[in-house]
Design a protein around this ligand. Structure first.
Ligand SMILES: Cc1cc2nc3c(=O)[nH]c(=O)nc-3n(C[C@H](O)[C@H](O)[C@H](O)COP(=O)(O)O)c2cc1C
Length: 130
């Protein structure tokens, strides 16, 4: 495991759902340093213990904001559809997938996230939901 971020899910710009890849924006404790910016594979554990594979983005969304933008921890939970606002999540980062970058168009970003998700599936094991 590379690192763990624990925090509460806060509202983002709600753009993720439009893009087809909704993300839980996890606000960690300020005193805990964030992992380096990048795209990662990992797991998210919900409050009641359910575990999901996640494609995790740590960065300033350079396609939409300049370098002064906020650095966010965003997790796209695979095979999950629901509302996580206000919930406390544990985000485990297990593998580095790529660097953050600025895309010339939203379509290019979405194509890249689609392939990140495939890569994440290949790097993780599916948790059993019980
Ligand atoms: C797997 C993954 C990879 C991402 N990679 C990038 C990236 O390289 N560049 C970028 O600008 N944003 C990246 N993002 C962040 C998206 O821009 C962000 O999730 C989207 O704009 C929705 O933001 P919102 O949750 O604030 O609505 C990535 C998101 C995910 C889930």
């Amino acid at each position: 495991m590379l690192s763990v971020v624990e925090g509460t899910v806060v509202a983002g710009d709600r753009r993720g759902r439009e893009l087809g890849f909704p993300t839980a924006n996890v606000l960690g404790d300020e005193s805990v340093p964030l992992p380096d910016e990048g795209v990662y594979a990992g797991y998210v554990t919900r409050e009641h213990g359910a575990v999901y594979v996640a494609a995790i983005s740590i960065g300033r969304r350079p396609t939409f904001y300049d370098e002064t933008g906020l650095c966010l921890v965003e997790a796209h939970l695979l095979d999950f559809d629901g509302d996580l606002y206000g919930e406390r999540l544990r985000v485990e980062i297990t593998e580095h997938v790529r660097e953050q970058r600025r895309f010339e168009s939203v379509e290019e970003l979405v194509d890249q996230i689609r392939s990140d998700v495939e890569r994440v599936r290949s790097l993780t094991v599916l948790p059993r939901h019980g």
